[in-house]
Design a binder for this molecule. Sequence first.
Ligand code: KG4
Ligand code: ZN
Length: 342
Amino acid sequence: MSDAPITPLLAIETSCDETSAAVIGDGGVVLSCVVRSQIEDHMEFGGVVPELASRRHIEWIDAVVAEALTQADVRLDDLKSVGVTRGPGLVGCLLVGLAWAQGLVVGRGIPLLGVNHLEGHLLASFVGQETPPFPFLALTVSGGHTSLVHCHGVGEYEVLGSTLDDAAGEAFDKSARLLGLPYPGGVHVDRLAQTGNPHAVALPRGMSKKPGYNFSFSGLKTAVWKHINEHGVPEGQALADFCASLQEAIVDALLLKTRKAARELGVTRVVATGGVAANSRLRSAIAEMADKEGWEVHRPEMRFCTDNAGMIGYAAWLRLARGERSDLNVDVAPGLALGVRA
Ligand code: KG4
Ligand code: ZN
């Protein structure tokens, strides 16, 4: 363990379509977290265009870091360490953040820590706590990932299952697209579902009868496509009903496996994290399940649910505090798996 101070720590996240910087202070507290989303740039394409995304990161990163420093009232000279997302993510996007971080740490002679983006999501509920309350079961549901992970300690992550095809966020976004809703569609489905009947349309719960903890949403996507092909794009109340049914199918599939894992492992602390954890039905359904099962449920603050540098900085802070350091010439890892040393 090194006794040299590691805060203020600057964190950078550029793995996909959010350019984000955060400053972490003593105790892993987030002093500032600035997120600039590119959603509007990608909207007309119905999804993230990797080349465009990397260019935006290059254009925005200086200003986003400057804003994070200003909000935290910290100067570049004050920084004692840097944490940056190394993977998984889009290679061109990751390179922008990592190269920027490397320039800074080499120039200033301060330590660097490459962070696994998924570890950021796993720990995001506990930002600002000296130690996350291990062990816990984490359901990570985002636009790119869907997994159930048994978390035993910092860096000790047992992946129980993940999606075999689409991520839960993709299931929302791709179905929303078929319904003619804007990208990213998750939040629109959530909004329309508020006034819909979740039992109006029968949709499959992928993998629910299969052993293990994996997920699959491709069958659901096909069922949505077939329904629209046969009946046309629903409108008015029928659209609300369809959205509610779609949302219920996704949430059901997620929670069936979560409950199965919690029961089989005897875990009573459950975390729901990632962009889809912002979904209102997932939140209410998990609360209902928690009452029945006796779980203690944690969810990140809304601003730490979707991609942000705050959660990356917190993960970096936990590891730097344990004396971990990354090589200054560490490379990006677009396909980085959990449990692999970042
Ligand atoms: O974690 P995130 O910002 O990015 C990734 O790492 O992928 O998650 C974005 C995903 C998108 O698929 C978006 O549609 C979904 O989270 N999302 C929602 C809601 N808010 C965001 N899905 C359902 N309901 C919501 N309220
Ligand atoms: Zn993410």
